[in-house]
Design a protein around this ligand. Structure first.
Ligand code: FAD
Ligand code: FES
Ligand code: FES
Length: 474
């Protein structure tokens, strides 16, 4: 069979001539009639369409769990796409059995995606499998309308069972009935797949696609017929390193990669805790740092952090590169200093002086899969109780992720006391201009901005200042 996009779909090779911007969810349900992958929200928020995507990684295949509604056909060449049908075996699988044993079934829309996510977690988790981790794996499955506690009990039992058995290799996982036999053959078959391009290599496409988690929601139907290009082809845009006093973050670094990278953890010890508040486990494996910046949302959680860290953007067009400070990149709502055709290659963060402490805060209505009402980040250096430098950013209170220039400058060379922090409140309030919307009233957001300022200092310097110090001002 000839076609433009060739990949393995469950146990068989598929080549399709459908456009690269067609959603995998649409393709599975309409072209393949694989209707176990359900269509719920089509916005990455319900988990009903969850699939596994496997890619050769040396001799092995590494799998991630992604929502098919935010995945496009152009991401599939050379990969292994696994739907719920591809996990079914002659008997119930390990995960399916656990759900039955604990009476842990959600409705018919939610259950297939949950089976895929739990399988994907146990498949990809290696030695890090834990009860906390498997709960995170469920974070993209939003509905709680049936037996959710039973689902958590079934998940915990799965973790216990897997931990007590050898689970290092695919053959171990097949023996445990987590996976069907054919998974054993996938690495060799992926190597033999015909090499097909993701797109037609246009130099000026209508859409550059990174993780697609924003674009598929905003422009989904248009992508199917528009000229698109997939940035994932550019391997050099991935990875994090520290050299020449700077941290280099490839624009295609995913949220999940950022959360666990040792260079980032050294900089922000609790980065994992913060990143766990972004989107869902599934989306964090797909969403990129570059997409967060270029999407220019005023509540982008990673862009907000990078504004406080005084990051620089390396932008490229026709082989020419230029460097732009992120603090001056945003000009208005969804309006940036990006030139037409420019792509973001890398983000460079100056390594802060030793002694700089960094904190990030996010307030949203739900803990998972929810955008911030207000988010804020700070990088502050305090010596012998005197603030030496301070860099503060805030999102959700202006049309852009905002660098709080005046508030930051105010703190310089002041003692770190309750009075100093209170003195910043009027300056902070003058710098922001929140509007009332679905995420809260303008008054509420002003209150949050003040509370997050207090939270930054009490989190970072508990030896100098605590929330209790502010009680009388509440
Ligand atoms: C359910 C759900 C929950 C979410 N939760 C959060 C959240 O908690 N916090 C948050 O901040 N965001 C959240 N998002 C938004 C989104 O996931 C992020 O903004 C993500 O970082 C976008 O990255 P991406 O790689 O998917 O971008 P894409 O969708 O691929 O691209 C977004 C835009 O940026 C452009 N672009 C991307 N990369 C580049 C590049 N390198 N050079 C030039 N242009 C580029 C694209 O052309 C497009 O215009 C959520 C989204 C969903 C669907
Ligand atoms: S349909 Fe809801 S996450 Fe894809
Ligand atoms: S909608 Fe499926 S369990 Fe609630």
């Amino acid at each position: 069979m000839t076609g433009q996009i060739c990949f393995l779909l469950n146990d068989r090779q598929v080549c399709t001539s459908q456009a690269p911007g067609v959603s995998v969810l649409t393709y599975l349900r309409q072209a393949e009639r694989l209707i176990g992958t359900k269509e719920g929200c089509r916005e990455g928020a319900c988990g009903a369409c969850t699939v596994l995507l496997g890619e050769l990684d040396g001799e092995q295949v590494s799998y991630k769990v992604v929502p098919a509604c935010l995945l496009l056909l152009g991401e599939l060449p050379g990969k292994h796409l696994v739907t719920i049908e591809g996990l079914n075996q002659a008997q119930l699988s390990l995960v399916q059995n656990a759900l039955v044993d604990f009476g842990a079934t959600q409705c018919g829309f939610c259950t297939p995606g949950i089976v895929v996510s739990l399988t994907g977690y146990l498949l990809a988790g290696g030695t890090d499998i834990s009860v906390a981790g498997i709960k995170q794996a469920l974070s993209g499955h939003l509905c709680r309308c049936t037996g959710y506690a039973a689902l958590q009990r079934a998940s915990a039992a799965l973790v216990r069972f897997i931990s007590q058995h050898s689970h290092a290799s695919i053959s171990d996982l097949i023996a445990l009935t987590l996976l069907p036999d054919y998974f054993q053959t996938i690495p060799a078959r992926l190597r033999q797949l015909p090499k097909t391009p993701s797109d037609n290599g246009q130099t000026s496409p209508e859409f550059w696609i990174a993780g697609g988690t924003d674009l598929c929601v905003q422009s989904g139907p248009r992508l199917a017929s528009a000229p698109v290009r997939f940035l994932s082809q550019f391997r050099e845009m991935k990875g994090i390193s520290r050299r020449d006093g700077q941290i280099h973050i490839g624009a295609l670094t995913t949220f999940a990669e950022l959360a666990v990278h040792p260079v980032i953890r050294q900089l922000i010890p609790d980065i994992q805790g913060y990143m766990a508040r972004l989107a869902s486990w599934q989306i964090r494996q797909q969403a990129t740092v570059g997409g967060n910046i270029m999407g220019a949302s005023p509540i982008g959680d990673v862009s907000n952090l990078l504004v406080a860290l005084d990051a620089r953007l390396i932008l490229q067009r026709d082989g020419q590169r230029r460097t732009v400070p992120l603090q001056g990149f945003y000009r208005g709502y969804k309006d940036t200093a990006q030139h037409p055709g420019e792509i973001l290659i890398e983000i460079v963060v100056p390594v802060p002086d030793p002694g700089v402490r960094i904190n990030v805060e996010k307030v949203s209505k739900r803990l998972s899969v929810d955008c911030a009402s207000v988010n804020s980040a700070i990088a502050v250096h305090c010596e012998s109780g005197i603030i030496q430098t301070c860099s503060l950013s805030i999102g959700g209170v202006a049309p852009i992720p905002l660098f709080l220039k005046q508030t930051s400058a105010y703190f310089q060379h002041k003692p770190l006391t309750k009075e100093t922090i209170q003195g910043a409140f009027p300056i902070l309030q003058r710098e922001i201009a929140p509007i009332s919307d679905i995420r809260g009233s303008a008054i509420y957001k002003r209150l949050l901005a003040r509370q997050l300022l207090i939270a930054h200092f009490t989190q970072l310097f508990p030896e100098l200042i605590t929330v209790r110090d502010f009680h009388e001002t509440h």
